[in-house]
Design a protein around this ligand. Structure first.
Ligand code: FAD
Length: 280
């Protein structure tokens, strides 16, 4: 399949991209790594009349720790850059991000696909979306009207929809809190495929005796968007076992497809994620 005809515009900087988006209106789409959008265009599931290419905006390709210790990742950072962490920015605090990248497609996809593209695409099984909700990330979004910061808990609205307006750019995602005891695991039919179900856990451990004091549990592939599971988090906060936490997660969700199968995957994967997180 070939895409429907479109006009191509290459942005020179963020302000230029925002002006193009404002001028071209709802007929325009941003393209970053193109690993999701171009496939959708080829299948004619998306028919933008204008593409605004932001791939050369080097200002959005960065990964750094700020003075508060927060991790700030520019929207154009590729999955593979996070996986390699060439400057050792992630450290133990955010090593979960690097480890999780092995689940994202295949190497050629990870070398082109971007963190911002994945988050903006808002797939309900995407690893970045799941990591963002579980690690309580903040999204920095810019438009001609100014900049706003959106907590991950408010960003994902449903199937491939987010809080982003068509004339806004996601410029950065911020992970404000270290997550040394976090893990993501999943099940896919073949290596490199999108997950059927993915689970991520970020545990809070007692600094003195190393026992679990609580944590966040999230799932992909069980609803229209990635979700946190408060019922499972309550079990962790009450000192329950990982098996009880996993059972609570499975009981709490109601996947619209393959319901019983996905619930059993949830049970297995949440327990596995907890066990990986505590030994991380
Ligand atoms: P693009 O395809 O360029 O854009 C995607 C969407 O985001 C478009 O709507 C675009 O307008 C918008 N967008 C992009 N950047 C911005 C921005 N900065 N601000 C606002 N809007 C923006 N992903 C996974 O998570 N897990 C997988 O297992 C996985 N497997 C894959 C397997 C295959 C075979 C393929 C082809 C892709 C797979 N992907 C997977 C998708 C991949 O991770 C993509 O890189 C990602 O979803 C989109 O990133 P991109 O930079 O390519 O975005």
């Amino acid at each position: 399949m070939k895409p429907a005809p479109f006009a191509y515009h290459r942005a020179r900087d963020v302000d230029g991209a925002l002006r193009l988006l404002a001028d071209l209106g709802d007929d325009a789409k941003v393209v970053a790594g193109g690993q999701s959008l171009v496939a959708m265009m080829n299948y004619r599931l998306a028919r933008p009349r204008h593409l605004v290419d932001i791939a050369r905006l080097r200002e959005l390709d960065r990964m750094e720790r700020d003075s508060t210790g927060a991790l700030r990742i520019g929207a154009l950072t590729t999955h593979h850059t996070v996986e390699r962490d060439p400057r050792g920015v992630l450290g133990r605090d955010f090593a979960v991000l690097s480890r999780a990248m092995e689940w994202v497609g295949h190497l050629p996809i990870r070398t082109r696909g971007t963190v911002g593209g994945s988050l903006a695409h808002a797939d309900a099984t995407a690893e970045w979306c799941l990591l963002a909700v579980v690690l309580r990330a903040q999204f920095v979004v810019r438009g001609l009207r100014g900049e706003r910061t959106i907590p991950a808990s408010d960003f994902f609205h449903g199937y491939y929809t987010s809080d982003l307006a068509p004339d806004e750019l996601l410029v950065e995602v911020v992970f404000p809190r270290p997550a040394p005891h976090a893990a993501l695991t999943e099940f896919a039919e073949r290596r490199g495929d999108f997950a059927l179900v993915a689970a991520a856990v970020d545990l809070d451990l007692d600094v003195v005796d190393g026992t679990v004091r609580g944590g966040r549990v999230g799932l992909g592939g069980v609803a229209a968007a990635v979700v946190r599971v408060p019922e499972a988090e309550e079990v962790l906060a009450a000192g329950g076992s990982f098996a009880d936490c996993a059972a609570a997660a499975a009981a709490a969700v109601d996947p619209p497809e393959d319901t019983a199968y996905r619930k059993s995957l949830v049970r297995t994967l949440v327990q596995r994620a907890c066990e990986e997180a505590i030994t991380a």
